[in-house]
Design a binder for this molecule. Structure first.
Ligand SMILES: Cc1cc2nc3c(=O)[nH]c(=O)nc-3n(C[C@H](O)[C@H](O)[C@H](O)COP(=O)(O)OP(=O)(O)OC[C@H]3O[C@@H](n4cnc5c(N)ncnc54)[C@H](O)[C@@H]3O)c2cc1C
Length: 643
């Protein structure tokens, strides 16, 4: 790895900026459908829109070939109940997921109670996920063991489709497919190009264009700039799909220690989408939710840097003397349960204290059968993104899973501090077309509130793309406001107009500090108000000093402004929820009642005439999921068959 100080040693001064600087240039692009964010959802949206014959532009801050959280890989295609081997009904599976969200197993006492999920996206995923995966295969993505490398593995069928134990105790459901996800992103980019999608790599979208520049009006395009040249970009569109994913480092920044990983998400997840939708007047929900950072931040190993959780399937965890621990195998008997239950954790902790179990713990790879070990090590860990780095680094260091056990860090290192926060599960309210409350603005993937995983992003992207295309076919371009463009240019280029000032890292750390101090574990109305005051102070005193030396740092600086807006939305939404909620992990000291029935609803926030307006929606505002899906998709010719 080349470090900044190595470059300074070698060259004595920073190397010249390697790209031409074009801050004074402007490019205007006209398209029918604009896709903002070319991750998993964005690529799928672009492809499905382009297949209907409309003109599509796809814009990403990074290079679409590997950008976003799904760029490096994916090993679980999690929710595929419409596949031919599935033993569950897709519509019933969707209903059950809405009651018991998949990735955060619901404690038993909450079963059949409330849950803040997204019924629209979940229904789309359950109906269209298998179709999406088959289309992935047609584009060149690898979804089955076609070479017979894993014959004999549990969950493998003769057609080469392989299932994970996740949510399928002893193969009783067969809903999560094991995939070779490192092949996906390059295949998606290639398909975009084959279909004539105009791909704009390294362009950050900074704001939406609204009809006549008025907040709350139809979205008619977007603005941004190139992160290498600084050139200003104006996209005029008839419909836009927002697929930038959420925010990832709202309450924590540590770029100085090596090993800064950003689970859950790539560095580009900075709440830009929420911030631009908010400024345009879209109604957002679940913005009050924050969750602790599940990452190491260079201070400890990542969430699953040891030998447990996520992709480490089927491995017995043992103590330092090889004694098996009461830790789920994350395998077939327990349906891939990730991590010990509170009761198991208590038992293990007691066992450590009374000498029953000796630290450190290890994942017993040599104890696995050869075939299951190869599936876990080569396929699952090898196709997932961060774990691929882990396994390859270990291998380079001489680790051999057939001979060596792998240390489990999760007990020794504990969890991340509760005041390191991630932006919550929020996003724009959507309808059955995945359209936001603003005409012309569609939403897909993790930009949706309470979104799911990779396959959720793929299937909702594919869906939103075709709905946006259908809307674009029946409407003309809107009227762009020159004033809106001029204001955005002034906002975006302010940091490069200064000779010196505050660096983006300082500003980011300052915003994070406000969240850590005032709205972390102990939330009250007055603490929220202090946080808002402090954020205003940052906006008025420190943002005017923000300084960027090149287009890349300009991009980081504008990301900070998104984080600042995101933080303000989180505070306003938090003030509006006047009750605590266990399900939302939201505890207000001044409103201690937990999940009182009258507060079991979505809280909504939006800007109208630049004033914050709050509202609410019932938890099942989408109606009957099966009926509504069918009513809105009469023309959908997927391969789905009801069982
Ligand atoms: C390490 C890791 C492993 C994972 N493994 C799995 C797995 O095995 N199975 C699974 O189901 N899920 C997995 N996930 C989750 C899954 O990758 C995500 O749910 C999925 O990628 C979300 O897709 P998305 O398109 O919504 O967001 P992303 O794929 O993150 O794409 C968002 C895109 O928007 C771009 N962008 C952001 N802001 C802007 C802007 N202002 N202008 C232009 N572009 C912008 C970003 O550069 C990015 O390319 C994993 C996630 C991580 C981080």
């Amino acid at each position: 790895m080349t470090r900044w100080q190595d470059i300074l040693h070698q060259y004595g001064k920073p190397t010249p900026w390697p790209y031409p600087i074009r801050y004074d240039k402007e490019q205007e692009i006209e398209c029918d459908v604009l896709i903002i964010g070319g991750g998993i959802a964005g690529c799928w949206a672009a492809i499905s829109a382009a297949r209907t014959g409309v003109k599509v532009a796809l814009v990403d801050k990074a290079d679409v070939v590997r950008s976003g959280q799904g760029g490096p890989g994916c090993d679980h295609w999690c929710v595929t109940p419409a596949n031919p081997h599935s033993k569950v009904d897709p519509d019933e599976w969707a209903e059950s997921l809405v009651k018991h969200p998949m990735l955060s197993p619901t404690p038993k006492e909450f079963l059949n109670q409330i849950s803040y999920t997204n019924g629209i996206g979940t229904q789309i995923q359950c109906r269209e996920d298998w179709d999406t995966l088959l289309e992935m295969e047609q584009m060149g993505g690898k979804i089955r063991d076609d070479k017979g490398e894993y014959i004999g593995a549990q969950g493998r069928y003769d057609d080469g489709i392989m299932f994970s134990p996740r949510m399928s105790p002893n193969n009783t459901t067969e809903v999560t497919v094991r995939v070779w996800g490192t092949t996906f992103k390059p295949a998606l980019k290639k398909e975009c190009q084959r279909l004539g999608v105009k791909v704009f790599d390294r362009v950050m979208v900074t704001n939406l264009l609204t009809e006549k520049g008025i907040q709350g009006n139809r979205v008619i395009g977007a603005m941004g700039f190139n992160g290498r040249t600084g050139e200003f970009m104006i996209f005029k569109s008839k419909a836009a799909v927002l697929s930038t994913a959420g925010s990832n480092s709202l309450g924590f920044l540590n770029m100085e220690l090596a090993g800064y990983t950003t689970f859950p998400g790539s560095r580009t997840k900075t709440g830009d989408g929420e911030a631009m939708a908010w400024r345009a007047g879209a109604e957002l929900t679940l913005m009050e939710v924050t969750s602790p950072h599940g990452l190491g931040g260079g201070l400890k190993h990542t969430w699953y840097g040891g030998s447990s959780d996520a992709s480490f399937e089927g491995i017995q965890q043992v103590d330092a003397n090889g004694k098996p621990l009461p830790w789920p195998l994350q395998g077939w008997p327990d349906g891939g349960t990730m991590g010990p239950s509170p009761q198991e954790r208590e038992k293990i902790t007691k066992g450590i204290q009374d000498g029953t179990y000796a630290l450190p713990f290890f994942g017993d790879f040599p104890g696995m059968s050869d075939i299951e070990r190869r599936v876990t090590w080569d396929l699952m860990l090898g196709e997932e993104s961060t774990t691929k780095n882990i396994t390859r680094s270990y291998e380079m260091g001489g680790f051999n899973p057939a001979k060596h056990q792998l240390m489990n860090f999760s007990y020794i290192e504990g969890t991340s501090p509760s005041h390191w926060l991630n932006g919550g599960r929020g996003g724009p309210i959507i309808d059955w077309d995945c359209k936001s409350s603003l005409d012309g603005l569609y939403v897909a993937g993790e930009s949706q509130f309470a979104a799911g995983d990779h396959s959720y992003a793929a299937s909702t992207g594919r869906y939103a793309g075709r709905k946006a295309a259908s809307y674009a076919k029946n409407i003309a371009h809107g009227t762009v406001s020159k004033d809106q463009i001029a204001l955005e240019k002034a906002r975006v280029y302010a940091p490069i107009s200064r000779e010196n000032g505050i660096d983006w890292k300082e500003l980011h750390a300052g915003i994070a500090r406000v969240l850590q101090l005032f709205i972390a574990e102990f939330k009250t109305e007055s603490m929220y108000n202090i946080a808002l005051e402090q954020l205003k102070n940052i906006e008025e005193v420190f943002v005017p000093r923000l300084y960027a030396i090149d287009p890349h740092k300009l991009m980081r600086s504008i990301e900070d402004l998104s984080l600042l807006t995101h933080a303000q939305i989180v505070c306003n939404a938090g003030l509006a929820r006047k009750a605590s909620s266990r399900v939302l992990n939201f505890y207000r000291i001044d409103c201690p009642q937990i999940d009182p029935p009258e507060w079991n609803k979505f809280i909504t926030v939006k800007l109208a005439n630049n004033k914050v307006k709050t509202g609410s929606l019932p938890l099942n505002y989408w109606g009957n999921m099966k009926k509504e899906y069918e009513a809105h998709n009469k023309d959908y010719a997927g391969v789905y068959k009801s069982k």
